[in-house]
Design a protein around this ligand. Structure first.
Ligand code: 0O2
Length: 202
């Protein structure tokens, strides 16, 4: 099967999820309450990256559909850590997909320093041949977690996963700093929100 055909439903999932999650953000704004969502992005995993992951994990290409869970990926970025759990709770009440797995890398950060909340969902895609279920990943993280993860991802790409010791320890320190930043911001959350409301009214 052509890649274009394999990836078509995933492309549709990413587009639909982006609309739905951005819709949540708009609804919060309409109600002039603090939106737990700062922004939403999404991507279909590039073919080379799917093939790399499949090869590394010994997954045959006819099994990628069920074995690679993040071919369709959307990311919800929040201001504050507790916004993440607000979104998680809201996603639990939805009826348009089923949550099949959750990984809380905030409560249990990875050894790399990575923090984020991952949700694997089974999403029904309406096609001209009927409804097809596909897996997708929703990553939910703060701006600080996102800043760290994006930079760490670029460095890993540059060094092909073998980071020099100095870079690695700087990244560990940066992860600590990002954690502290989230903690401090949480402590002054209500003040920040009040300031943002005043700014919004002007
Ligand atoms: P890309 O390029 O973002 O697509 P598992 O089978 O559960 O052990 P899996 O399936 O890789 O492992 O799931 P996991 O660990 O939840 O990671 C899925 C995605 O989370 C990754 O996709 C990254 O996007 C992100 N992620 C996980 N760990 C890290 C990390 O240490 N640093 C950064 N920057 N991102 C991370 P891919 O396919 O690795 O990459």
């Amino acid at each position: 099967m052509k890649w274009e055909v394999i990836l078509a439903p995933y492309k549709q999932i990413v587009e639909e999820l982006k609309v739905k999650l951005r819709g949540m953000r708009s609804q919060f704004e309409l109600e002039s309450s603090h939106s737990p969502i700062e922004f939403v992005t999404g991507r279909v995993k590039p073919i080379h990256s799917i093939m790399e992951k499949a090869e590394m994990r010994g997954i045959s290409l006819d099994k990628i559909d069920t074995e690679i869970q993040d071919i369709a990926g959307v990311r919800v970025v929040c201001q504050f850590v507790d916004d993440i759990y607000t979104i998680v709770d809201m996603l639990h009440t939805r009826t348009d997909f089923t949550i099949v797995e959750e990984k809380d890398y905030i409560a249990n950060k990875k050894t790399s320093g990575y923090r984020s909340y991952h949700m694997i969902i089974e999403y029904p895609v309406e096609t001209i041949h009927g409804t097809k279920l596909h897996l997708a990943e929703i990553q939910i993280r703060t701006l600080a977690m996102n800043f760290w993860a994006t930079n760490e991802h670029s460095l890993n790409y540059k060094y092909e996963g073998k980071l020099p010791e100095e870079v690695e320890s700087r990244l560990q320190r940066a992860a600590e700093a990002a954690f502290k930043l989230d903690e401090e911001m949480s402590k002054i959350k209500s003040e920040i929100q009040e300031a943002q409301r005043i700014f919004h009214r002007k």
